[in-house]
Ligand binder design. Structure first.
Ligand SMILES: [Zn+2]
Length: 133
């Protein structure tokens, strides 16, 4: 099995519903998404996938949808106020935990036809969550 991995950094804010710790308040992270793609066979160029293509597709989407935005649960009561003030938000069906953000990026990459095997989302220097098939 061949694997290639690309890192994409972005900044995001969030807060967690149904949670008692510090993360129940609005705050931000310098996140690092680490995407791994895998293939049994290499393509004609001898690659699983061109690193530049991963960047072009996934980083472009992250820059547009997640970077410098508040990632919030759809039921978060702060949403209407942030929208009223024109703050950039990204609304999720689920709590915006590192686990769910990893899944979000995984699903996007998979939907683009990428042979993604896992996405690891580093929320801090010492904590990450992984979603893998
Ligand atoms: Zn957090």
């Amino acid at each position: 099995m061949y694997r290639v991995t690309r890192e994409i950094t972005f900044c995001y804010g969030h807060r967690l519903l149904y949670y008692e710790g510090k993360c129940r308040h609005l705050h931000g992270h310098n996140g690092r998404a680490v995407l791994t793609l895998e293939a049994e066979e290499l393509d004609r160029q001898g690659m699983v996938m061109d690193f530049a293509r991963i960047k072009q597709v996934v980083q472009t989407w992250i820059d547009k949808n997640l970077d410098h935005r508040m990632l919030l649960h759809k039921d978060d009561p702060v949403l209407p106020e942030l929208r009223r003030q024109g703050e950039p938000v990204f609304v999720m069906e689920v709590n915006p935990t590192a686990e769910n953000i990893a899944r979000l990026i995984y699903d996007y990459a998979a939907a683009q036809g990428f042979p993604v095997s896992e996405v690891r989302l580093w929320e801090t220097e010492s904590c990450y969550a992984t979603y893998a098939r």
